[in-house]
Design a protein around this ligand. Sequence first.
Ligand code: T4K
Length: 370
Amino acid sequence: MKPIFVTQPFLPPLDEFTELLKQIWDNKILTNSGPFHKEFEQALADFLGVKYISLFSNGTLALITALQTLKITGEVITTPFSFVATTHALWWNGIKPVFVDVEPDFCNLDAEKIEAAITPQTTAIMPVHVYGNPCQVDKIQKIADAYGLKVIYDACHAFGVQINDNSVLNFGDLSVLSFHATKVFNTIEGGAIICHDEKTKTRIDFLKNFGYDGELRVVAPGINAKMNEVQAAFGLLQLKYVEQAIAKRKIICELYKESLADVKGLSCQNEIPGVKHNYPYFPVFIDEKNFGISRDELNDLLKSHQLFGRRYFYPLISQFPTYKGLASSNPANLPVAELKTKQVFCLPIYPDLELSDVSRICELIKSAGK
Ligand code: T4K
């Protein structure tokens, strides 16, 4: 039986990409804000419904640069329930991460618990729209405004997500996207920062290009985080297909939900009223007592059938050796995250996944449960 992985990248038709590659071969501009970079940046801003976007070579460098852009220092409040890059970006900036617990419905940073973690050293909040579900953006902004903090969203899962017809990327001071191969929208590797004014975009663009403002002036200790022309051309092409790809994900998500609705001890996440979702992951939560076997046993069972889901996000970032020693990493501080990380299991979801395979996965899960 052919293995099925948690995801598989969406690829555009090869002949269409070859046409774009020919143009790159002809004009010999490979990087440093070439014609495809410019065209893709504008097309992406229009597609997403945002004013200013800066393309990056990957999401991690975009996160690191976002923190540099706003000169964030001291302590930043963030979530332990994410991919480790979220916290690494703080560490690379010499910032101390302060972990706050998540809320149980969507595993996003719990806005109710943020205030208690603020100290005189706190300068920003860095929440994550986990699995593309928007954080409690209004509550978070209120706290940030009251305490004079910046908000930088790790929106790496949230490509195309909207709240009441407004892009989720329009909230906070900055938002960061990832276009990694495993994401809803990919440029092989890639990322972006979304900001809301021209001055900030200019600063971001300096920072991702060594700090250069023109040929001779360096205005900041920048980095090299530029997206190249091949990635940008690929992205431009991917944009044509992404709505279609998200629609296919939605069908898969609905079939999972319908098929697993009556399984005892297994829960799925609900849709949020007013939100346009993008279905990047399909997490289920296993309550061992009621389901009959543990999350890890279910993982092993599926693996024995060549079905490779993933435990995103286990272990919690706070449990990795680099961060374990922080006071806020104490499991007693993070009871909901500690529970969710032991229960979560992401089932395969990607546009080309056959519905018959989804049914097969669901049958196996049902047979494993009580
Ligand atoms: N913030 C958040 C919240 C994030 O989720 C991420 C990335 C970032 C920041 C950082 O953004 P980037 O710097 O990556 O742009 C993957 C990805 O590498 C990572 O991008 C992603 N989050 C994370 C959640 O997942 P792995 O180590 O689990 O991926 P991997 O290689 O095991 O891939 C999973 C499965 O996908 C494979 O079993 C097979 C399939 N696959 C993967 C690749 C790369 C393919 O079929 N083709 C491929 O090319 O981290």
